[in-house]
Design a protein around this ligand. Structure first.
Ligand SMILES: [Zn+2]
Ligand SMILES: [Zn+2]
Length: 287
C-alpha cells in the first residue's frame, strides 16, 4: 500500500530566495512541474497562519512582538502552521507522513530570543501544542542541518521524552535525557555521511517515539554556505534512511522539514525525490 503524503506550503514561505541561501519556491515549483501533486496519494495543504495564542504557549509576548518587526512574521508563523497541522494530521491518521516547507530555519529559536535566520521554533511550538491537545508525549528529532540546533536543544534539554540527535560540529552525549550531538568532519563524502547517519538511527528505533521529525538542512550541500561538501544525490539516500527508521520506530509517522537553504538547482533535484520516496510512488531511480 502506498503512503498518503501531505505537502505543506504557502507562497509567503517561498518569497525569500537567494542564489546561495534559500530556494523554497523553486523546490515547491519543481514538485508541481514534475506532476507529483497530480498523484492521488500526494495531497497539497496550505500552510496555515495559526492563531497567535498557540505561539504564546511557547514564546514570550516580547519575542512575538520582536519577530513582527523583522518582516518575517508571516513566513515563520506559517512554517509553524505547516509543521503543526502536518503533525496533527499524521497523529490523527488523515495522512501517513509529510514534507513541510519552512521559510526560516526554526532551530536557532529560543523561548525569548532568536538568531541565525530563525524566528519561531516550529518544532517546539508544535510539540507543546500536541502534548496539550492530543496527549502525545514522545517525539524524536533528527537534525541534519550543518549547524547546531541550539534553540531546539534548549527547549528540551531536561525533557527525557524528546530524543534529539543533531549532526553538527561537536560530539556530545547525554544518555539520561536522550540528547546527542554528532561531530561531522569537514569534507566528508556522501557515503561516509550516510553511514554516519545510519549508525545513529537505532537510537530512534529504541526510543520508540510517537512521531519523528527530520530537519533536512540543505546547507550541507557543496554549493551552499555551510562549508560542507555533500552532493544533491546524498539527500534522497538520506531520506531512505530516515524513512526506514520511521517505519521501524513509529509506523512510518514522519514529518520532513525542508528550508531549501541551498541553490535552486539543488532544491529542484531534492524536493521531488523526497516526496516520491515518502509517498512510495517510485518515480525516480537516479541516485
Ligand atoms: Zn544551518
Ligand atoms: Zn548539535
Amino acid at each position: 500500500m502506498v503512503k498518503r503524503t501531505g505537502v505543506f506550503y504557502h507562497e509567503t514561505i517561498g518569497i525569500y530566495h537567494d542564489p546561495l541561501a534559500m530556494s523554497v519556491r523553486e523546490g515547491f515549483e519543481a514538485i508541481k512541474r514534475e506532476g507529483l501533486l497530480e498523484i492521488p496519494n500526494i495531497i497539497l495543504f496550505e500552510a496555515e497562519a495559526i492563531p497567535e495564542g498557540i505561539l504564546l504557549k511557547t514564546h514570550t509576548t516580547k519575542m512575538v512582538n520582536q519577530v513582527k518587526k523583522t518582516g518575517h512574521y508571516e513566513e515563520s508563523l506559517r512554517s509553524v502552521g505547516g509543521t503543526l497541522r502536518a503533525s496533527e494530521k499524521i497523529l490523527e491518521g488523515e495522512i501517513d507522513n509529510a514534507l513541510v516547507f519552512i521559510g526560516d530555519g526554526g532551530h536557532h529559536s529560543y523561548r525569548d530570543s532568536f538568531w541565525g535566520g530563525c524566528y519561531f521554533n516550529h518544532t517546539a511550538v508544535t510539540i507543546n501544542y500536541l502534548r496539550e491537545k492530543l496527549g502525545v508525549r514522545r517525539f524524536a528529532i533528527v537534525d541534519t542541518d550543518t549547524h547546531h540546533a541550539d534553540g531546539t536543544r534548549d527547549f528540551f534539554r531536561k525533557d527525557k521524552d524528546v530524543l534529539h540527535i543533531c549532526f553538527c560540529h561537536t560530539n556530545h552525549s547525554d544518555k539520561e535525557y536522550n540528547k546527542f550531538d554528532i561531530a561531522v568532519p569537514y569534507g566528508i563524502s556522501d557515503e561516509e555521511y550516510l553511514k554516519m547517519v545510519k549508525r545513529e538511527m537505532p537510537k530512534v528505533v529504541e526510543f520508540k517515539p510517537e512521531l519523528l521529525y527530520w530537519v533536512c538542512g540543505n546547507d550541507t550541500h557543496l554549493d551552499s554556505y555551510g562549508l560542507r561538501s555533500l552532493t544533491e544525490k546524498c539527500y534522497p539516500n538520506l531520506t531512505r534512511i530516515v524513512k526506514e527508521t520511521a517505519e521501524k520506530a513509529c509506523e512510518g509517522r514522519l514529518v520532513v522539514k525542508i528550508g531549501c537553504n541551498c541553490p535552486a538547482y539543488v532544491s529542484e533535484y531534492i524536493t521531488p525525490r523526497i516526496v516520491d520516496l515518502l509517498a512510495e510512488t517510485g518515480k525516480y531511480k537516479d541516485y
